[in-house]
Write a protein that binds this ligand. Structure first.
Ligand SMILES: [Zn+2]
Length: 133
């Protein structure tokens, strides 16, 4: 377990913490309840802290946003706080799983696979049966 100072946690909230430390912090947040509490307390005193971000933690999706959240990210359906968090997760944390997920969604035009194949099927029944969607 690494020890993080309040100063570091504040820097993290402001997205100014060094990449290496941020990654370490994110990993530890996933298992360290006390660290999460400290971060929550610090978020509480910062009015720039976003509710959406806290919501992400509450749902236990700290490490990886869901695919539908990434879909909303692509279509611009997210509030600022959450969008920033996703950007942070992607660019600073450099999560490969989410980068791959996002690239996949981008290829599908920002919507999820089910939606697209249904649409595709409806408009091309009988003509493109052999095309792999
Ligand atoms: Zn991820």
């Amino acid at each position: 377990m690494t020890t993080f100072s309040d100063q570091e946690l504040r820097a993290y909230i402001a997205e100014e913490l060094a990449v290496g430390r941020s990654t370490l912090l994110e990993h530890q947040l996933a298992t360290d309840e006390r660290l999460r509490d400290r971060l929550r307390a610090l978020l509480g005193e910062s009015d720039s802290a976003s509710l959406a971000l806290r919501d992400v933690w509450r749902r236990g999706q700290l490490s990886c946003p869901s695919r539908s959240t990434w879909s909303d990210y692509l279509t611009g359906g997210l509030g600022d706080g959450l969008r920033q968090y996703l950007q942070f997760h992607l660019e600073e944390v450099g999560c490969r799983v989410c980068a791959a997920n996002l690239a996949d969604l981008q290829q599908r035009g920002g919507t999820d696979a089910d939606q697209r194949s249904r649409k595709f099927f409806e408009t091309s029944v009988g003509r493109l049966r052999d095309v792999d969607v």
